[in-house]
Design a protein around this ligand. Structure first.
Ligand code: NAD
Ligand code: DAU
Length: 342
């Protein structure tokens, strides 16, 4: 398969690119990424000279660029690129609307005109809004996004739906729960808590810490995306999640135990406005139709994650210090070629 991946320099995108090329070595990937603060090419350092991988720096909302890239024929687009952090969307959501809504539209429109045979739109469980205790969202549940981030992702999902309903353009949408694992940007709960704990800093817990998220190890998400890409039904939505919501405090305490640090580092801070209490998904469709099951439970996943961050202190230092943002200029020519001699 020849794939165009958007947002492949981010957390899940980079894990997916690595996973896909490893499990499908005859495939090739063009990674299109704007390299916002969340994009880090170092995440894919081992692939820059691989013959079946290429990187282009660019914006998914740039219609001329997308059209030009699609002159090359791809078997599918896997669309990760997005603004993703809820707190940033609360501070201001213009970029979220621009990238998540307009950017997704730009890609869909070009892909339809160029007849790219498959389009996998990577969505989130946040579009369903907060679930009551015991309640689980299925793919037919009402969309009730509560943050500007979630609303912009819901807008993207609805555009994807409309391209199937109106044009029969073969879009597949996934809605996944909270991911964790290697290469996650340390603004998100788990890597932020690990980084702070390792530096002996306080761990800021929003509200009472009892908000629940259904944490899934990033590799399990990548396997689910692979299944949906290959065998999912066009026009369909697939929920992806581990299936066991856990309170934030429970996650943080487990991390502190793994890191051998005291619970005294926990600091309760002002709650996030509009903070969703609980995300919970039914993933029956994915399990039944595509035979997918998560392989990594929270105990193993957190251990692997902590081990990875411990072993990559230099990566974390460059990210927290901001040096990672110079990686592109340092390692690529102005024409976008990788400088192999460096
Ligand atoms: P991330 O923030 O780590 O990475 C996003 C990537 O997109 C970055 O490399 C960034 O440079 C790139 N990007 C942003 N705007 C762009 C633009 N206009 N054009 C091109 N590239 C652009 O995100 P992530 O956590 O890896 O999430 C990837 C996708 O998965 C997103 O669509 C997100 O909504 C979805 N998702 C994430 C989670 C999660 O827990 N992280 C869960 C479910 C779904
Ligand atoms: O559910 C999928 C979504 O998960 C993705 O679509 C988003 O892109 C991703 O950012 C994530 O959203 P959350 O808001 O759930 O993730 P975050 O890591 O920001 O927060 C997880 C929980 O931890 C949430 O209840 C808020 C809380 N939190 C977060 C931070 C950053 C804290 O208590 N303290 C913190 O410092």
């Amino acid at each position: 398969m020849k794939l165009l991946v958007t947002g492949g320099a981010g957390f899940i995108g980079s894990n997916f690119v690595r996973y896909f090329l490893k499990t499908h070595p005859a495939s090739s990937i063009l990674n299109l990424d704007k390299l916002t603060y969340a994009g880090n090419l170092e995440n894919l350092a081992e692939l820059h000279t691989a013959p079946n991988y290429r990187f282009v720096r660019g914006d998914i909302a740039d219609a001329a660029l997308i059209d030009q890239l699609l002159e090359d024929r791809f078997d599918a687009i896997v669309h990760f690129a997005a603004e993703t952090h809820v707190d940033r969307s609360i501070a201001g959501a213009r970029e979220f609307v621009q990238t998540n809504v307009l950017g997704t539209y730009t890609l869909l429109d070009a892909a339809r005109r160029r007849q790219v045979p498959r389009f996998l739109h990577v969505g989130t469980d946040e579009v369903y809004g907060s679930m009551k205790p015991g309640e689980f969202a299925n793919e037919g549940s009402t969309l009730e996004p509560n943050s500007p981030y979630a609303a912009s992702k819901a807008g993207a999902d609805l555009l994807a739906r409309s391209f199937w309903q109106t044009y029969r353009y073969p879009v597949l949408t996934t809605r996944c729960s909270n991911n964790y694992g290697p290469y996650q940007f340390p603004e998100k709960l788990i890597p932020l808590m690990i980084a702070n704990a390792l530096e002996g800093k306080k761990l800021p817990v929003y509200g009472d810490g009892l908000n629940e998220r259904d944490w899934i190890f990033v590799e399990d998400h990548c396997r689910a995306l692979d299944r949906v890409l290959e065998n999912g039904r066009p026009g369909e939505v697939y929920n992806v999640g581990y299936g066991q919501p856990v309170a934030n405090l429970e996650i943080i305490r487990r991390l502190l135990r793994l890191l051998d640090r005291s619970d005294e580092l926990i600091e309760y801070v002002k709650d996030r406005p509009g903070h969703d209490r609980r995300y919970a998904l039914s993933t029956d469709r994915l399990r039944r139709e595509l035979g997918w099951n998560p392989a990594v439970d929270i105990e193993e996943g957190l251990k692997r994650t902590v081990d990875w961050y411990r072993g990559h202190a230099d990566w974390m230092a460059r990210v927290r210090g901001g040096e990672y943002q110079a990686y592109y200029e340092k390692h690529y020519t102005r024409r976008g070629e990788f400088l192999t001699e460096l």
